[in-house]
Design a protein around this ligand. Structure first.
Ligand code: PLP
Length: 429
């Protein structure tokens, strides 16, 4: 494959954009080489500036569960755009998407739209603090909740890929209110709660972790957190930015049958446009301005184009619930296929999967938390694997800490092709 034009564009970009990218994970810093500049995309494929066709396993980092340029979504956006792109007033479509989201997701009465997953998580924590009157939060090593200050403590994927789990610029004052626990370690959480009694507003987590590879919750972990929160008056916040409307219509809450007090959304809910949201029961949501004292706002929040894309996406998922089964089946097929060829090539590996999220880790140790994910990532095998895949037209995330996102646009031929390439690349590892 030739990446001449991509490389030239990257050179231009680096002169005027820090690192040439507007979000760090897009740069190939961890794996080496220049990033691919994409010109257009359709269905399961990206077409880059050098006219290479790539089978896409990133799907804009999760939102494009139905593939690129999905017609109902694109049509909805185009039609809205012709009517004006932003009014700064309430619009009907905001209510319609909120109604649908509230119908699809368990245990929520109201939802507030924002512009990114970062904003959703940041606002959810402010609301949890305002509601409980407490300051501290518990987060888990390797979980990512966007880039707001409170969360940049052992923050998974992007942040750890660049070896800066704790960012300069986050003050000591902010950091001291974020307590860090080990994912899948309920005892550890109980100890933290015990040691900081009466001070903790919320426990926030990705209920299926996706920013240190894909790490499913251990048996009893989520239910244990729920029980602990019920006993202590701490709010349980599920960051379903990645998992919401992907693992089921009602996300992990539905699949694992555990409810959270506040749920954060992003990615799929925007259908590929910049949308985030957070939601809870009335009792909690009514603490928000303008009816309650907790302030939160946004000039472009609930933007008509973004809402049109989101509503078209959620409508598709709500009226075709078999999509969730279909992507899970495709992901299981890929899982089995890759497992088979990696074994045949005597590679040491672990594949983690939950629904349509999957990650390949090199090394034989089970990957169940941040420490085990980091151990695997440090073996260096992933970088070779990544470049081998890319060279053969398969686009996976340029970091050992990222999940692959399966879209329903992927055909079984695409999956077979991918498994063939994994076989080919495995011979070079
Ligand atoms: C992507 C992601 C975020 C941040 O969302 P942005 O839209 O990038 O700000 C937060 N939490 C999780 C779990 C995510 O995967």
């Amino acid at each position: 494959m030739i990446y001449k034009r991509s490389s030239a564009l990257f050179t231009d970009a680096k002169k005027v954009i820090p690192g040439g990218v507007n979000s760090p994970v897009r740069a190939f810093k961890a794996v080496g080489g220049d990033p691919v500049f994409v010109k257009r995309a359709a269905g399961a494929y990206l077409y880059d500036e050098d006219d290479n066709q790539l089978i896409d396993y990133i799907n804009s980092w999760g939102p494009l569960i139905l593939g690129h340029a999905h017609k109902p979504v694109v049509d909805a956006v185009v039609e809205k755009a012709r009517m004006g792109t932003s009014f700064g007033t309430p619009t009907e479509i905001e209510t319609r998407i909120a109604e649908l989201a509230v119908k699809m997701v368990p245990n929520i009465d109201k939802i507030r739209m924002v512009n990114s997953g970062t904003e959703a998580c940041m606002s959810a924590v402010r609301l949890a603090r305002g509601f409980t009157g407490k300051d501290k939060i518990i987060k888990f090593a390797g979980c990512y909740h966007g880039h707001s200050d409170s969360f940049l403590i052992q923050a998974g994927s992007g942040a750890v890929t660049f070896g800066s789990p704790n960012s300069p610029g986050v003050t000591q004052g902010t950091a001291k209110d974020t307590l860090l626990a080990n994912f899948n370690d309920l005892e550890n959480v109980k100890e933290l709660v015990e040691a900081n009694k009466e001070e903790i507003a919320c426990i926030i987590l990705e209920p299926v972790a996706g920013n240190m590879g894909c790490i499913p919750p251990a048996e009893g972990f989520l239910k244990g957190l729920r029980k602990l929160c019920d006993e202590t008056g701490i709010l349980l916040v599920f960051d379903e930015v990645m998992t919401g409307f992907r693992l089921a219509a009602g996300g992990v809450q539905q699949r694992e049958n555990v409810v959270a007090d506040i749920v954060c959304f992003g990615k799929v809910i925007g259908g590929g446009l910049p949308v985030g949201a957070f939601a809870a029961r009335n009792e909690i949501m009514d603490h928000l301005a303008p009816i309650g004292p907790v302030y939160q706002a946004g000039t472009l929040s609930g933007n008509p184009l973004a809402m049109a894309a989101g509503l078209a996406m959620l409508t598709e998922l709500d009226s075709n619930p078999e999509i969730f089964k279909s992507i899970d089946k495709k992901t299981a097929y890929l899982h089995e296929g890759m497992e088979k060829v990696l074994k045949q090539n005597e590679i040491d590996f672990t594949i983690n999967r939950y629904g349509s999220m999957i990650s390949v880790h090199f090394g034989l140790d089970a990957v169940t938390d941040f420490a085990s994910a980091a151990k695997s990532a440090n073996l260096g095998t992933f970088n070779k694997f990544f470049h081998g895949m890319l060279e053969n037209g398969i686009y996976i995330a340029p970091s050992a800490y990222e999940t692959w996102f399966i879209s329903d646009a992927l055909s079984y031929e695409d999956l077979d092709r991918t498994i063939e390439v994994v076989d080919k690349v495995a011979k070079t590892l």
